[in-house]
Every structure is written in C-alpha cells, then in structure tokens.
Design a protein around this ligand. Structure first.
Ligand SMILES: [Zn+2]
Length: 378
C-alpha cells in the first residue's frame, strides 16, 4: 500500500534519518504506522521490540488482571462475578467479569466489552477494567451507573488473548497473534508457524456467513500477503493469518460461545484495539444495509461526542479491507458490534494509563445507555 496523498505522515517521516525513514515506511506498509501516529513513539516502541528492552511495567500482567477482576467480584458480590469463558491455547483461563444480575425469566440486554484480541495493544486491557471499576464504584452515588448495572448485564473481557499478551509483555513486544503452534494448515507448501490472528478467525459455522471469514475471490493457500484479498492472510507466517479454518482458535471459540448463546441475550459489543482514534463499524469486506448503517452512525456519533469528536467514524473496510473480523460475525447475528482503535501508538508509557482510560470510559457508558434504551423491556 502506498502512502496516501492526504496523509500527514510523509512530512513527519521526512524528519528522521534515512535508516529510520526506511523502517517507518515498512511499518506503514504493514499497517503498523497509521495516519494519526505519534511517529516518534511508534519508532521507539518498534526499536524496543527489536532490542528486547520492553517497558511493560505499570500495565497489568495476566495474573494482576485476574486478581483485579477477582477483587471487584469480592467487593461487589451481588453485582459482579468472575467467570471463565474457556481456556487459551496455552491453558490460561479467559476471564470475564460479569456485571449485573441476570434474569432468566426475562433476560436483560447483554453487552460485551473486550480488549486485547491483539497481544501488543496493551492499553486495550486497561480500558475494560477501568469501565467495570467505574460502574461498580459509582453504583451508590450515580443513578446512571445504577441503571446500567441493574438493567443490563455487561461482560468485561479485558484479555481475549492472554497467551499473546504475556508473550508481548515479556518476550517480543511487537507480537500480535495468539501463540498456538500451527501444525496443519490444509495447504501444500506452507510450513507451520506460531500464532493465528484472532481477529481474522471469526466464523460462526453458518454456511451463509462463510464469506465473512473467506470472501469470494480469495485464493485459499495463497502465500501472497497482498492487499488484493484484504488485510487477511493465509500464510501462517503473516501477522494477519486467518488460521487453518474459521473459528479454529480456542480464544475465538470462547468469545463466540459467550456472544452467540441465546441465553445471554447479547445485543451490543465493543471491541478495543489500538491505535488510530477510530470508531469502526461493520463490515470489513462489504457494505451495511441502510437501516443498520443508520443505527451504527447514530450510536457511533454519540460515543464520539463524549470523546470530543476526536475519533473518525467509518466502516472498518475504510481502514483496510479485512475478513474474519469479530464485528462482521456479530453484525451477521444481529448484534451491534463496534471496534474502537484508541490512542496514537500500541504501547504508550504506563504513566498515560489513568488519563487514557478515564477519557475512553464515558464512551462505554454511552454505548451501554444506547443498548439499554434500544433493547430494555418495559
Ligand atoms: Zn488490534
């Protein structure tokens, strides 16, 4: 992909030494350097990944995140519960904090807020935890938080991909995928490698939705990591490898089991990624019908309002065409699914966590209010 004319990046890149310019152009071509990037910070993070000088202190580890969720469940036992959704490839529990009290007779609207499909997107772990904490701590004093907790059931999943996250935090900070060794690809001449991109692996098993995982015209087993069939690859070595088959990854299975289980009555999902300050709605590979587009534009612009209208609201195919993304499958199942790309780099200094999470949480509150007002029973 060529750098677009409208992009502010060429001028920003030109200020760097030639060797750095070459690195930055390569990052741009991979989609790792985006229009609103803090170019110096992204370069610093990338170099840290090469030298192994990872600065993850201040971000929650998997164990610390689990303890933080457990602590909330202990403090608010009648409002929050720690639930395992299943195990990751390396055997870690994928935890959700369920906030709210389910009503089996008359199910309340369910919401899912996820972080860290992609290992290196560290701030996306912190946002769901912050929103869950805010909801519970303000229950007694803020009637809006009380309504959200009483009238919806919200599942906070800060770490969808715990194996990749721990690897990124301790070994290779630029790691994006999960950590499952791929032995069998189903393709000749493609040797296995480690990791599937969980956000290219979504398929609900319904034949009519198969093209959302693998679009018509895609060449199965192609090793070309090209843009022609979208930013989704069949090559196990690629960062955007879609996996040997749709829904093959245990992390994706765990999420789909939560999200598509009719008993959970899930109506809305916000999936956090970084970076770019974008609110993305489906589809990654085709267009929404007009009535659905209207709903997404309405909810998205209300969320953007509380974010100071600093975000770009657009279909995810505008960032780059993809298939196998979570929100395409959510939308195909009648669930409103948004992706928020937050911040200006993958791993801002941990000192920015309080400000960044406090800035984003109101958008989650707006989303909860929108789902509640659209789907709550009288
Ligand atoms: Zn991501």
């Amino acid at each position: 992909m060529k750098i677009q004319n409208h992009s502010p990046l060429p001028r920003a890149i030109a200020q760097y030494a030639p060797a750095d310019q070459a690195v930055l152009k390569e990052l741009y071509e991979k989609g790792d350097l985006r229009d609103n990037a803090d170019v110096g910070q992204v370069l610093k993070e990338y170099k840290a990944s090469l030298s192994g000088s990872i600065e993850s202190k201040g971000y929650h580890s998997y164990d610390q995140m689990t303890a933080a969720l457990q602590e909330l469940a202990d403090r608010y036992p009648d409002k929050a519960q720690l639930v395992s959704l299943g195990k990751s490839g390396e055997g870690r529990e994928i935890y959700a904090l369920r906030v709210g009290t389910p009503d089996e007779q008359n199910p309340k609207p369910g919401v899912v807020i996820t972080g860290c499909h992609h290992a290196r997107e560290w701030m996306t772990v912190e946002v769901p935890l912050h929103t869950a904490t805010t909801l519970l701590e303000n229950y007694e004093t803020d009637p809006a938080c009380k309504d959200r907790v009483d009238q919806t059931v919200t599942w906070f999943v800060p770490m969808v991909n715990p194996d990749g996250y721990e690897y990124s935090r301790t070994k290779n900070s630029w790691w994006r995928k999960n950590r499952r060794p791929i032995q069998e690809t189903g393709c000749p001449n493609i040797k296995g490698n480690i990791g599937v991109d969980p956000n290219r692996n979504y398929w609900d098993g319904k034949p009519e939705n198969f093209e959302l995982y693998r679009p018509k015209g895609d060449t199965p087993c192609s090793t070309e990591d090209d843009w022609g069939d979208g930013k989704t690859s069949d090559n196990p070595k690629a960062d955007t490898y879609r996996g040997p088959s749709g829904g093959s990854e245990p992390e994706v299975q765990a999420m789909l089991n939560l999200e598509l289980n009719p008993a959970n009555n899930i109506k809305g999902i916000v999936d956090y990624h970084s970076y770019g300050d974008m609110i993305l709605y489906p589809y990654g590979s085709k267009q929404l019908p007009a009535d659905r587009l209207e709903i997404y534009r309405d909810i998205g612009s209300k969320m953007n309002n509380v974010l100071g209208n600093r975000f770009t609201l657009e279909p995810s195919s505008d960032l780059y065409p993809t298939s196998g993304g979570s929100n395409d499958i959510h939308e195909a199942n009648g669930i409103i699914g948004l992706t928020l790309e937050i911040g200006r780099s993958f791993q801002p200094p941990a000192s920015e966590i309080p400000k960044a999470t406090a800035y984003i949480t109101p958008a989650n509150m707006v989303f909860l209010d929108e789902i509640r007002s659209r789907y709550a029973h009288a």
